[in-house]
Design a protein around this ligand. Structure first.
Ligand code: ACM
Ligand code: ZN
Length: 557
């Protein structure tokens, strides 16, 4: 017994000299991006916490067991230490995860659920969150605060005595990936979710259907993926020549559920997008009877805005859509379901007897800039909004259902619709003024794949994202509250490889996350650059293909 008590002392005697040779490298909570709201350093002379092989990760509630596993993985990746997880917290040398509804600060926009607090001193670290999601953000902050070193095995890692208190600016912090134009594997989608979690995002908007490919298995309509998920190649926009490179792939329902579970474990909700009634040529290729002309149609090999869309004058089309959505809701528990609504030309509807009959039946009359066909789309999307609402879900649509590039109001979606404003910031402002909740994703700041944003290189590329006015000045305070958050998008017409995806995404996603999460009063690009550099080091250590031309920013410092 005595020997057992003495054993650690004896071992320490033999092991410590080796350890003490190691260089101590110190972390820094103020280098974390997105910047935490409040970092209070411990008292002068207060000792840091030193991570060691005997540090124990512990949790106060079983709901935090998986989070403890993620923390262990994150720490091992950063430090090489493989730490023990136990529900018994030792008196010293611990990292404790706990649930603790942080007191409401009374500050505008305070969000309990995702808030967290980190208390760090020489004896241990406690990460407490308003919910598991808050704890997960705290874990990210803890791991991001650690320095990135080339030889972790040669270092001892210290974290300074400090208290961090943090919560997000916006409740909706999303990234969208278009998997319709190109398909990305399940394992890569998981890696992408890891990237989103690192940046404190809480929604992955998964664009699953396009003219060029339908990517989600729907059991009642198997041809959607049997036929609709493959195209023989892609045409050059100038020469119209087919490149002969086949593109195919889809997610089975089981795979989609696996993604949902994986994301949920990291605090991220997956929002599926089934783009309707435009961008549906792949669905029409599978089921031509759903179109106005009856086809034949092919899975699109051209990009752009295509004329063949769902015929919303046919009752069978509404039945088809509701059946598809029933399966979608079964796979995705997300409150938000995105139903697209963008870029739906009306040329087929104008000539289609079924669509024109529906317009007459509904008594739709053109008024101002709203044509009868635009109002037919408003009717269609309102029916779907009500259908989703019956199932406790909320519909998001692109701003096309409400307003156009000329900032004209062209539609009347039901007021519960959340409008994703992509046609510059004006579209979000129009949505908010019309009384809608809205998401800011303006093409000129948030479309990381588009030439307007993507051609910008170096530090200007960061400044472009950083300059997005997330609290547009013209809006009242009540109007500001209608802005749920900010989202970046990658469309994949020209992105077929993960490297080129990451090159567009990183490090802009870090800049975006500062807008989504941090206090706008603390936005300052000069102060942000060291945090950006630290993020770039993290990307490098994970093997992600970030856009290195931005490094000029700190080379000039
Ligand atoms: C979009 O960019 N068509 C939403
Ligand atoms: Zn029609």
């Amino acid at each position: 017994m005595i020997f057992r008590r003495l054993l650690p002392v004896i071992l320490a005697f033999f092991l410590l000299p080796g350890c003490s040779q190691k260089e101590i490298v110190s972390g820094d909570f103020t280098l974390v991006s997105p910047l935490p709201r409040n970092v209070a350093a411990g008292g002068i002379g207060e000792d840091p916490f030193i991570l060691s092989r005997s540090t124990v990760i512990s949790f106060s509630d079983v709901s935090l067991r998986d989070a403890a596993g993620l923390l262990a993985e994150g720490l091992e990746e950063a430090t090489g230490l493989s730490l023990r997880i136990s529900d018994n917290r030792p008196r010293k040398n611990f990292i404790l995860l706990s649930l603790d509804s942080a007191p409401d600060t009374g500050l505008e926009g305070f969000q309990q659920e995702e808030s967290y607090r980190i208390g760090c001193d020489a004896g241990g670290i406690t990460v407490s969150g308003g919910s598991v999601k808050g704890v997960l953000h705290g874990i990210q902050t803890l791991c991001k605060a650690l320095p990135v070193v080339e030889r972790p095995e040669a270092c001892r890692f210290a974290l300074p005595a400090a208290t961090v208190y943090d919560y997000p600016e916006f409740p909706y912090r999303a990234f969208m990936l278009d998997c319709g134009r190109h398909f990305f594997s399940v394992s890569y989608i998981k890696e992408l979710i890891d990237i989103l979690a690192l940046h404190n995002l809480n929604y992955f908007h998964w664009h699953l259907t396009e003219d060029q490919g339908w990517r989600l298995e729907i059991k009642k309509y198997p041809k959607l993926t049997e036929i609709g998920s493959s195209r023989p190649g892609t045409r050059d926009p100038q020469t119209d020549k087919l490149d002969g490179i086949p593109v195919s792939g889809f997610y089975t329902q089981e795979e989609a559920r696996e993604i949902v579970r994986y994301a949920a474990g990291r605090g991220i909700t997956v929002i599926p997008e089934i783009d309707l009634p435009g961008h549906t040529q792949a669905a029409l290729a599978a089921y031509p009877e759903l179109g106005c002309t009856g086809g034949p149609y092919e899975v699109a090999t051209r990009y752009g805005v295509l004329d063949d869309v769902l015929c919303v004058g046919k009752d069978e089309v509404m039945d088809f859509v509701k059946e598809v959505l029933t399966e979608v809701m079964d796979i995705f528990p997300s409150e938000y379901i995105h139903l697209g609504g963008d870029e739906c030309p009306k040329v087929r509807w104008e000539k289609c007897p079924d669509c024109q009959r529906k317009i007459r039946e509904l008594g739709l009359k053109a008024s101002g800039s709203k044509t009868r066909e635009e109002l037919l789309q408003s009717w269609f999307s309102s029916q779907l909004e009500a259908f989703l609402a019956e199932h406790g879900r909320r519909m998001i649509c692109w701003n096309d259902v409400l307003c156009d590039w000329g900032d004209k109001v062209v539609g009347e979606p039901s007021k519960q619709t959340v409008i994703a404003g992509w046609m510059r910031t004006a579209s979000t402002e129009i949505a908010v003024r019309e009384g809608y909740d809205a998401i800011l994703c303006p093409v000129d700041y948030c479309y990381f794949s588009n030439a307007a944003v993507n051609r910008i290189t170096g530090i200007e590329s960061i400044r472009r994202v950083y300059d997005l006015p997330v609290r547009p000045e013209g809006l009242s305070e009540a109007g500001q509250r209608h802005i749920l958050g900010v989202e970046a998008c990658i469309w994949t017409e020209r992105v077929s490889e993960t490297d080129s995806l990451e090159w567009r995404l990183l490090p802009r996603l870090s800049t975006l996350s500062e807008l989504q999460w941090s206090d706008p009063a603390q936005h300052d690009i000069g102060a942000y650059l060291p945090r950006l550099r630290h993020m770039a080091d993290i990307y490098g250590s994970r093997g992600w293909a970030w856009k290195t031309d931005i490094a000029e920013a700190w080379e000039q410092e």
